[in-house]
Design a protein around this ligand. Sequence first.
Ligand code: NAP
Length: 259
Amino acid sequence: MDTGLAGRKAIICASSKGLGRACAEALAAEGSDVVINGRTEETVAATAAAIRTSYPAISVGEVACDVTQPEGQQALLAACPQPDILVNNAGGPSPGDFRDWDRDDWIKALDSNMLAAIMLIKATVDGMIERRFGRIINITSAAVKAPIPILGLSNGARAGLTGFCAGLSRETVAHNVTINGLLPGPFNTDRLKQTMANRAQPGESFNDTMAREAQGNPAKRFGDPAEFGAACAFLASTQAGYITGQNLVLDGGSFRGTL
Ligand code: NAP
């Protein structure tokens, strides 16, 4: 399948590792120019270098910044002023009890998992509409569909982004600009490994915790980030122009619902 992604320009937020990186790699493999982002300069540089080595024909930009801050968003837009593809992503908020969170905790979560994406959409969507091509993909969480009580900050902020995009996506699609969410369940990334380290039972090795937790998934394994990247590349493709306002759960079947 020719995805029509060759020569497209993509900003992939929070892409020096994990799911963001997998999206960048999948888009790069299809011939899109990519901008790699993360707060840690060395990781951004290392990921960008690896993608350049694998795909020497494309342009790979590097922006080390905090995407949740206005200056970070400006730096990304300066590196790629007219993106065809925008993948919104940022770190997830910490788990906890909502009784312990104050207003500042909520504002930080909203900046990370709702407002940064909305600000980048605001800055790019009209250009996409004028050029009659745009693909906006928000990395959120399976918790948007099946909320996890201790992830209240994530549930609230990501639901806000999802609700906002549900409306906007119906306006932009007539101009071949789509907005969709990718909702990861457990994928094998550094973040998942940190979570699993906290779930170890007494005397259990890290590998045994990983294996036990993976057995709890209908697929009997965690997701491979490359599988996530492939879904992102499809939603960014020419062929996906009739898919908008959707939220695709990638969780090995953990969400037990008919629809
Ligand atoms: P990860 O492996 O820890 O990677 C996170 C990436 O984001 C790193 O490149 C990190 O680099 C960058 N990053 C974090 N905060 C940033 C910020 N403020 N500005 C710019 N870059 C930032 O995490 P992941 O597993 O890919 O998770 C990605 C998103 O999916 C998170 O929101 C997570 O909550 C959500 N999610 C993941 C899973 C899963 O199983 N993996 C499941 C559900 C939801 P620096 O640290 O250097 O900035």
